[in-house]
Design a protein around this ligand. Structure first.
Ligand code: PLP
Length: 400
Protein backbone atom coordinates (compact mmCIF):
# COMPACT_ATOMS: atom_id res chain seq x y z
CA UNK A 1 0.00 0.00 0.00
CA UNK A 2 1.17 3.50 -0.75
CA UNK A 3 1.66 5.72 2.27
CA UNK A 4 0.02 9.11 2.03
CA UNK A 5 3.40 10.79 2.34
CA UNK A 6 4.39 9.26 -1.00
CA UNK A 7 1.64 11.21 -2.69
CA UNK A 8 2.57 14.46 -1.02
CA UNK A 9 6.28 14.11 -1.75
CA UNK A 10 5.84 13.34 -5.42
CA UNK A 11 6.90 15.93 -7.97
CA UNK A 12 4.25 16.57 -10.64
CA UNK A 13 5.73 14.29 -13.27
CA UNK A 14 7.31 11.60 -11.13
CA UNK A 15 6.48 8.02 -12.12
CA UNK A 16 2.82 7.21 -11.45
CA UNK A 17 3.65 4.99 -8.45
CA UNK A 18 6.35 2.57 -7.45
CA UNK A 19 6.70 0.01 -10.25
CA UNK A 20 3.71 1.34 -12.16
CA UNK A 21 4.36 1.95 -15.86
CA UNK A 22 3.44 5.14 -17.69
CA UNK A 23 0.39 4.64 -19.88
CA UNK A 24 1.24 6.02 -23.34
CA UNK A 25 -2.36 5.37 -24.30
CA UNK A 26 -5.33 7.61 -25.06
CA UNK A 27 -7.17 6.85 -21.82
CA UNK A 28 -7.26 5.45 -19.29
CA UNK A 29 -4.03 7.35 -18.93
CA UNK A 30 -1.47 8.20 -16.30
CA UNK A 31 -3.01 10.38 -13.61
CA UNK A 32 -1.34 12.48 -10.92
CA UNK A 33 -0.97 11.60 -7.23
CA UNK A 34 -3.46 14.28 -6.13
CA UNK A 35 -6.04 12.88 -8.58
CA UNK A 36 -5.60 9.37 -7.17
CA UNK A 37 -5.54 10.69 -3.62
CA UNK A 38 -8.85 12.50 -4.10
CA UNK A 39 -10.52 9.07 -4.25
CA UNK A 40 -9.51 8.06 -0.72
CA UNK A 41 -12.83 8.87 0.89
CA UNK A 42 -16.51 8.16 0.40
CA UNK A 43 -19.31 10.57 -0.48
CA UNK A 44 -23.06 10.21 -0.12
CA UNK A 45 -24.62 10.95 -3.49
CA UNK A 46 -27.63 12.72 -1.94
CA UNK A 47 -25.56 14.84 0.38
CA UNK A 48 -25.12 18.54 -0.21
CA UNK A 49 -21.34 18.18 -0.35
CA UNK A 50 -21.55 15.89 -3.36
CA UNK A 51 -24.24 17.96 -5.02
CA UNK A 52 -21.92 20.95 -4.74
CA UNK A 53 -19.19 18.86 -6.36
CA UNK A 54 -21.47 18.04 -9.29
CA UNK A 55 -22.39 21.70 -9.70
CA UNK A 56 -18.72 22.71 -9.66
CA UNK A 57 -17.86 20.06 -12.24
CA UNK A 58 -20.57 21.31 -14.62
CA UNK A 59 -19.60 24.95 -14.14
CA UNK A 60 -15.91 24.31 -14.65
CA UNK A 61 -16.39 22.26 -17.83
CA UNK A 62 -18.69 24.92 -19.28
CA UNK A 63 -16.04 27.57 -18.64
CA UNK A 64 -13.74 25.73 -21.08
CA UNK A 65 -15.88 26.55 -24.15
CA UNK A 66 -16.11 30.31 -23.58
CA UNK A 67 -19.91 30.36 -23.64
CA UNK A 68 -20.26 34.10 -23.01
CA UNK A 69 -23.90 34.15 -24.11
CA UNK A 70 -24.83 31.49 -21.52
CA UNK A 71 -26.41 29.43 -24.28
CA UNK A 72 -24.92 26.04 -23.36
CA UNK A 73 -25.13 23.64 -20.46
CA UNK A 74 -23.13 20.61 -19.34
CA UNK A 75 -24.64 17.23 -18.55
CA UNK A 76 -22.41 14.50 -17.09
CA UNK A 77 -23.42 10.91 -17.85
CA UNK A 78 -22.33 7.68 -16.14
CA UNK A 79 -20.33 5.10 -18.10
CA UNK A 80 -17.40 5.14 -20.49
CA UNK A 81 -17.17 7.64 -23.34
CA UNK A 82 -19.15 5.46 -25.73
CA UNK A 83 -22.17 5.61 -23.39
CA UNK A 84 -22.11 9.40 -23.69
CA UNK A 85 -21.75 9.25 -27.48
CA UNK A 86 -24.79 6.98 -27.62
CA UNK A 87 -26.65 9.30 -25.25
CA UNK A 88 -25.77 12.28 -27.45
CA UNK A 89 -26.90 10.60 -30.68
CA UNK A 90 -30.10 9.23 -29.18
CA UNK A 91 -31.02 12.56 -27.62
CA UNK A 92 -30.06 15.16 -30.23
CA UNK A 93 -30.93 13.41 -33.48
CA UNK A 94 -34.63 13.57 -34.27
CA UNK A 95 -36.11 10.17 -35.07
CA UNK A 96 -37.15 11.44 -38.50
CA UNK A 97 -33.83 13.19 -39.16
CA UNK A 98 -30.96 12.01 -41.33
CA UNK A 99 -27.32 12.08 -40.34
CA UNK A 100 -24.12 12.43 -42.34
CA UNK A 101 -21.36 10.59 -40.46
CA UNK A 102 -17.78 11.54 -41.33
CA UNK A 103 -15.60 8.47 -40.90
CA UNK A 104 -11.84 8.07 -40.93
CA UNK A 105 -11.25 5.45 -38.30
CA UNK A 106 -12.74 3.25 -35.61
CA UNK A 107 -14.57 5.95 -33.67
CA UNK A 108 -16.38 7.27 -36.74
CA UNK A 109 -17.35 3.68 -37.56
CA UNK A 110 -18.64 3.24 -34.02
CA UNK A 111 -20.92 6.25 -34.50
CA UNK A 112 -22.43 4.64 -37.63
CA UNK A 113 -22.81 1.36 -35.72
CA UNK A 114 -24.61 3.18 -32.91
CA UNK A 115 -26.99 4.74 -35.44
CA UNK A 116 -27.77 1.22 -36.70
CA UNK A 117 -28.81 0.28 -33.17
CA UNK A 118 -30.81 3.49 -32.79
CA UNK A 119 -32.52 3.05 -36.14
CA UNK A 120 -31.59 6.52 -37.38
CA UNK A 121 -31.22 7.11 -41.12
CA UNK A 122 -27.70 8.05 -42.09
CA UNK A 123 -25.22 8.47 -44.93
CA UNK A 124 -21.44 8.34 -44.59
CA UNK A 125 -18.33 9.84 -46.05
CA UNK A 126 -15.80 7.12 -45.29
CA UNK A 127 -12.19 8.16 -45.90
CA UNK A 128 -10.64 4.87 -44.86
CA UNK A 129 -8.01 4.53 -42.17
CA UNK A 130 -6.83 8.11 -41.82
CA UNK A 131 -7.60 10.51 -44.69
CA UNK A 132 -9.26 13.67 -43.34
CA UNK A 133 -12.85 14.54 -44.35
CA UNK A 134 -12.67 18.02 -45.91
CA UNK A 135 -15.11 20.91 -45.86
CA UNK A 136 -15.65 20.89 -49.62
CA UNK A 137 -16.72 17.25 -49.78
CA UNK A 138 -19.03 17.70 -46.81
CA UNK A 139 -20.59 20.68 -48.60
CA UNK A 140 -21.04 18.62 -51.77
CA UNK A 141 -22.65 15.74 -49.85
CA UNK A 142 -25.07 18.13 -48.15
CA UNK A 143 -25.95 19.81 -51.45
CA UNK A 144 -26.61 16.41 -52.98
CA UNK A 145 -28.92 15.21 -50.18
CA UNK A 146 -31.38 17.75 -48.77
CA UNK A 147 -32.77 15.11 -46.37
CA UNK A 148 -29.62 15.34 -44.22
CA UNK A 149 -30.32 17.36 -41.08
CA UNK A 150 -27.20 16.70 -38.99
CA UNK A 151 -23.49 15.99 -39.42
CA UNK A 152 -21.39 14.10 -36.88
CA UNK A 153 -17.60 14.36 -36.84
CA UNK A 154 -14.80 13.00 -34.63
CA UNK A 155 -12.49 15.82 -33.53
CA UNK A 156 -9.29 13.82 -33.03
CA UNK A 157 -9.76 10.35 -34.57
CA UNK A 158 -7.85 8.45 -31.93
CA UNK A 159 -7.38 5.36 -34.09
CA UNK A 160 -4.79 7.12 -36.28
CA UNK A 161 -4.26 10.27 -34.17
CA UNK A 162 -5.38 12.59 -36.96
CA UNK A 163 -6.74 15.98 -36.00
CA UNK A 164 -9.75 16.43 -38.25
CA UNK A 165 -10.42 19.93 -39.66
CA UNK A 166 -13.57 20.64 -37.61
CA UNK A 167 -13.54 24.40 -38.28
CA UNK A 168 -13.89 24.06 -42.07
CA UNK A 169 -16.40 21.23 -41.59
CA UNK A 170 -18.48 23.41 -39.26
CA UNK A 171 -18.48 26.21 -41.85
CA UNK A 172 -19.66 23.81 -44.56
CA UNK A 173 -22.41 22.45 -42.30
CA UNK A 174 -23.84 25.77 -41.12
CA UNK A 175 -23.33 27.36 -44.53
CA UNK A 176 -25.95 24.85 -45.68
CA UNK A 177 -28.27 25.26 -42.72
CA UNK A 178 -27.53 21.92 -41.07
CA UNK A 179 -26.40 21.11 -37.51
CA UNK A 180 -23.10 19.71 -36.22
CA UNK A 181 -22.40 17.28 -33.35
CA UNK A 182 -18.77 16.64 -32.35
CA UNK A 183 -17.13 13.63 -30.70
CA UNK A 184 -14.30 15.54 -29.03
CA UNK A 185 -13.59 12.69 -26.65
CA UNK A 186 -9.82 12.61 -27.03
CA UNK A 187 -9.30 16.32 -27.82
CA UNK A 188 -11.44 18.31 -25.39
CA UNK A 189 -9.40 20.10 -22.75
CA UNK A 190 -6.24 20.24 -24.85
CA UNK A 191 -7.48 21.45 -28.23
CA UNK A 192 -9.72 24.53 -28.30
CA UNK A 193 -13.40 24.08 -29.06
CA UNK A 194 -14.60 27.58 -28.20
CA UNK A 195 -18.18 28.16 -29.32
CA UNK A 196 -17.43 31.62 -30.66
CA UNK A 197 -14.82 30.12 -33.00
CA UNK A 198 -16.35 26.81 -34.05
CA UNK A 199 -20.11 26.51 -34.27
CA UNK A 200 -21.77 23.29 -33.09
CA UNK A 201 -24.88 22.15 -31.24
CA UNK A 202 -23.32 19.64 -28.88
CA UNK A 203 -20.05 17.93 -28.11
CA UNK A 204 -19.09 14.96 -26.00
CA UNK A 205 -15.98 13.97 -24.05
CA UNK A 206 -15.09 11.89 -20.99
CA UNK A 207 -13.30 11.99 -17.66
CA UNK A 208 -10.27 9.92 -18.61
CA UNK A 209 -8.81 11.78 -21.58
CA UNK A 210 -7.25 15.25 -21.73
CA UNK A 211 -8.60 16.44 -18.38
CA UNK A 212 -6.58 13.55 -16.87
CA UNK A 213 -9.21 12.05 -14.60
CA UNK A 214 -9.95 8.37 -14.06
CA UNK A 215 -12.60 6.50 -16.11
CA UNK A 216 -16.23 6.37 -15.03
CA UNK A 217 -18.29 9.07 -16.72
CA UNK A 218 -18.58 11.19 -19.84
CA UNK A 219 -20.14 14.59 -20.36
CA UNK A 220 -22.14 16.37 -22.99
CA UNK A 221 -21.97 20.10 -23.55
CA UNK A 222 -24.93 21.24 -25.60
CA UNK A 223 -26.94 24.27 -26.58
CA UNK A 224 -29.82 24.65 -24.12
CA UNK A 225 -32.27 24.92 -27.00
CA UNK A 226 -31.12 21.48 -28.20
CA UNK A 227 -31.41 20.10 -24.67
CA UNK A 228 -35.00 21.37 -24.48
CA UNK A 229 -35.79 19.87 -27.88
CA UNK A 230 -34.41 16.49 -26.78
CA UNK A 231 -37.28 15.95 -24.34
CA UNK A 232 -38.94 12.58 -24.88
CA UNK A 233 -36.70 11.67 -27.80
CA UNK A 234 -34.25 9.19 -26.31
CA UNK A 235 -34.62 5.47 -26.97
CA UNK A 236 -33.01 4.74 -23.61
CA UNK A 237 -34.05 5.45 -20.04
CA UNK A 238 -30.55 5.64 -18.58
CA UNK A 239 -28.97 7.46 -21.56
CA UNK A 240 -31.64 10.17 -21.83
CA UNK A 241 -29.64 13.40 -21.80
CA UNK A 242 -32.70 15.62 -21.38
CA UNK A 243 -33.93 13.62 -18.39
CA UNK A 244 -30.50 13.68 -16.73
CA UNK A 245 -30.25 17.43 -17.37
CA UNK A 246 -33.72 18.23 -16.07
CA UNK A 247 -33.22 16.08 -12.97
CA UNK A 248 -29.82 17.61 -12.25
CA UNK A 249 -31.16 21.12 -12.61
CA UNK A 250 -34.07 20.35 -10.29
CA UNK A 251 -32.36 18.30 -7.58
CA UNK A 252 -28.63 18.83 -8.03
CA UNK A 253 -28.29 15.05 -8.27
CA UNK A 254 -27.52 12.49 -10.93
CA UNK A 255 -30.57 10.34 -11.75
CA UNK A 256 -28.92 7.06 -10.83
CA UNK A 257 -25.87 6.18 -8.71
CA UNK A 258 -23.05 8.54 -9.69
CA UNK A 259 -19.39 7.45 -9.76
CA UNK A 260 -18.67 9.52 -6.66
CA UNK A 261 -14.94 8.79 -6.40
CA UNK A 262 -14.44 9.44 -10.09
CA UNK A 263 -16.15 12.81 -9.74
CA UNK A 264 -13.93 13.71 -6.78
CA UNK A 265 -10.83 12.75 -8.75
CA UNK A 266 -12.09 14.70 -11.75
CA UNK A 267 -12.51 17.89 -9.71
CA UNK A 268 -8.88 17.61 -8.63
CA UNK A 269 -7.94 17.00 -12.28
CA UNK A 270 -9.86 20.15 -13.27
CA UNK A 271 -7.98 22.17 -10.64
CA UNK A 272 -4.68 20.93 -12.06
CA UNK A 273 -5.90 21.70 -15.57
CA UNK A 274 -6.65 25.26 -14.52
CA UNK A 275 -3.32 25.63 -12.70
CA UNK A 276 -1.55 24.53 -15.87
CA UNK A 277 -3.18 27.30 -17.86
CA UNK A 278 -6.38 25.62 -18.98
CA UNK A 279 -6.82 24.40 -22.54
CA UNK A 280 -3.86 26.44 -23.84
CA UNK A 281 -1.46 25.23 -21.14
CA UNK A 282 -2.54 21.61 -21.43
CA UNK A 283 -2.32 21.76 -25.22
CA UNK A 284 1.17 23.28 -25.03
CA UNK A 285 2.50 20.48 -22.81
CA UNK A 286 1.01 17.78 -25.04
CA UNK A 287 2.40 19.48 -28.14
CA UNK A 288 5.86 19.55 -26.56
CA UNK A 289 5.43 15.89 -25.59
CA UNK A 290 4.61 15.03 -29.18
CA UNK A 291 7.41 17.08 -30.71
CA UNK A 292 10.11 15.67 -28.43
CA UNK A 293 8.87 12.12 -28.89
CA UNK A 294 8.37 12.33 -32.67
CA UNK A 295 11.78 13.99 -33.22
CA UNK A 296 13.48 11.29 -31.17
CA UNK A 297 11.64 8.43 -32.85
CA UNK A 298 12.39 9.83 -36.31
CA UNK A 299 16.07 10.00 -35.38
CA UNK A 300 15.88 6.24 -34.78
CA UNK A 301 14.43 5.75 -38.26
CA UNK A 302 10.75 5.44 -37.26
CA UNK A 303 8.29 7.24 -39.52
CA UNK A 304 4.88 8.62 -38.68
CA UNK A 305 1.80 7.58 -40.61
CA UNK A 306 0.69 11.19 -40.89
CA UNK A 307 2.44 14.18 -42.32
CA UNK A 308 3.16 16.93 -39.80
CA UNK A 309 0.14 19.03 -40.69
CA UNK A 310 -2.27 16.28 -39.55
CA UNK A 311 -0.39 15.08 -36.45
CA UNK A 312 -2.39 15.70 -33.29
CA UNK A 313 -0.76 16.36 -29.91
CA UNK A 314 -2.90 13.48 -28.58
CA UNK A 315 -1.53 10.24 -30.05
CA UNK A 316 0.87 9.42 -32.88
CA UNK A 317 0.88 6.38 -35.19
CA UNK A 318 4.24 4.96 -36.28
CA UNK A 319 4.85 2.33 -38.94
CA UNK A 320 6.41 -0.88 -37.70
CA UNK A 321 10.04 -1.14 -38.82
CA UNK A 322 10.65 -3.30 -41.91
CA UNK A 323 13.68 -4.99 -40.32
CA UNK A 324 13.17 -8.79 -40.19
CA UNK A 325 14.21 -8.93 -36.51
CA UNK A 326 11.43 -6.55 -35.46
CA UNK A 327 8.40 -8.11 -33.78
CA UNK A 328 5.79 -5.83 -32.21
CA UNK A 329 4.90 -8.20 -29.36
CA UNK A 330 8.52 -8.34 -28.22
CA UNK A 331 8.93 -4.59 -28.63
CA UNK A 332 5.80 -4.05 -26.52
CA UNK A 333 7.11 -6.29 -23.72
CA UNK A 334 10.54 -4.62 -23.76
CA UNK A 335 8.96 -1.17 -23.57
CA UNK A 336 6.75 -2.34 -20.71
CA UNK A 337 9.75 -3.68 -18.81
CA UNK A 338 11.28 -0.24 -19.14
CA UNK A 339 8.17 1.37 -17.69
CA UNK A 340 6.14 2.34 -20.75
CA UNK A 341 2.90 0.85 -22.04
CA UNK A 342 2.48 1.63 -25.74
CA UNK A 343 -0.55 0.89 -27.90
CA UNK A 344 -1.03 -1.41 -30.89
CA UNK A 345 -1.99 0.22 -34.20
CA UNK A 346 -5.41 0.08 -35.82
CA UNK A 347 -4.57 0.41 -39.52
CA UNK A 348 -5.89 -2.16 -41.94
CA UNK A 349 -3.28 -1.68 -44.68
CA UNK A 350 0.13 -1.65 -42.97
CA UNK A 351 1.39 -2.69 -39.52
CA UNK A 352 1.70 0.12 -37.02
CA UNK A 353 1.72 1.05 -33.35
CA UNK A 354 0.74 4.16 -31.43
CA UNK A 355 2.30 6.29 -28.72
CA UNK A 356 0.07 8.59 -26.69
CA UNK A 357 1.18 12.10 -25.68
CA UNK A 358 -1.58 12.73 -23.11
CA UNK A 359 -1.64 12.07 -19.39
CA UNK A 360 0.49 13.19 -16.48
CA UNK A 361 3.87 13.28 -18.18
CA UNK A 362 6.14 15.86 -19.74
CA UNK A 363 8.95 16.12 -22.28
CA UNK A 364 11.48 14.58 -19.88
CA UNK A 365 9.37 11.47 -19.71
CA UNK A 366 9.06 11.50 -23.51
CA UNK A 367 12.84 11.58 -23.86
CA UNK A 368 12.99 8.44 -21.75
CA UNK A 369 10.37 6.85 -23.99
CA UNK A 370 12.67 7.41 -26.97
CA UNK A 371 15.66 6.03 -25.03
CA UNK A 372 13.60 2.96 -24.15
CA UNK A 373 12.65 2.50 -27.81
CA UNK A 374 16.31 2.79 -28.86
CA UNK A 375 17.41 0.25 -26.24
CA UNK A 376 14.61 -2.15 -27.20
CA UNK A 377 15.58 -2.01 -30.88
CA UNK A 378 19.15 -2.75 -29.90
CA UNK A 379 18.09 -5.76 -27.82
CA UNK A 380 16.21 -7.08 -30.87
CA UNK A 381 19.20 -6.47 -33.14
CA UNK A 382 17.26 -4.01 -35.25
CA UNK A 383 19.73 -1.41 -36.54
CA UNK A 384 17.17 0.83 -38.20
CA UNK A 385 13.48 1.43 -37.57
CA UNK A 386 12.80 2.45 -41.18
CA UNK A 387 9.38 1.23 -42.41
CA UNK A 388 8.79 -0.90 -45.52
CA UNK A 389 8.37 0.88 -48.89
CA UNK A 390 4.66 -0.07 -48.90
CA UNK A 391 4.14 2.11 -45.83
CA UNK A 392 5.77 5.11 -47.46
CA UNK A 393 3.69 4.54 -50.59
CA UNK A 394 0.57 4.47 -48.42
CA UNK A 395 1.47 7.76 -46.77
CA UNK A 396 2.13 9.40 -50.13
CA UNK A 397 -1.64 9.30 -50.72
CA UNK A 398 -2.13 11.86 -47.96
CA UNK A 399 -2.02 15.47 -49.10
CA UNK A 400 0.59 17.66 -47.43
C1 PLP B 1 -11.92 7.21 -26.14
C2 PLP B 1 -12.81 7.62 -27.26
C3 PLP B 1 -14.20 7.31 -27.25
C4 PLP B 1 -14.88 6.56 -26.13
O1 PLP B 1 -14.31 5.34 -25.85
P1 PLP B 1 -14.62 4.55 -24.50
O2 PLP B 1 -13.72 3.38 -24.61
O3 PLP B 1 -16.06 4.21 -24.48
O4 PLP B 1 -14.29 5.48 -23.36
C5 PLP B 1 -14.98 7.80 -28.28
N1 PLP B 1 -14.45 8.52 -29.28
C6 PLP B 1 -13.14 8.83 -29.32
C7 PLP B 1 -12.62 9.67 -30.45
C8 PLP B 1 -12.27 8.38 -28.31
O5 PLP B 1 -10.98 8.70 -28.36
Amino acid sequence: MLAETNFAAAAPFDPPALGEPYLLTPGPLTTSYPVKQAMLRDWGSWDGDFRAMTAELRRHLLSLIGDTGNEFDCVPMQGSGTFSVEALLGSFLPRDGKVLVLINGAYGQRIAQTLDYLGRAYATIDKGDYMPPRGAEVAAALDADPAITHVVVVHCETSSGILNPVAEISEAVYGRGRKLLIDSMSAFGAIPLAVDEIRYEAMVSSANKCIEGVPGFGFIIARKSELEAAKGRSHSLSLDVHAQWAHMNKTGQWRYTPPTHVVAAFLEALRQHEAEGGVAGRGARYTRNRDVMVDGMRALGFETLLKDRWLSPIIVTFFNPAHPNFAFDRFYEMMKQKGFIIYPGKLTVVDSFRVGCIGRMDEHVMRRVVEAAAASLKEMNVDTAAPPPAAIAERAKLAA
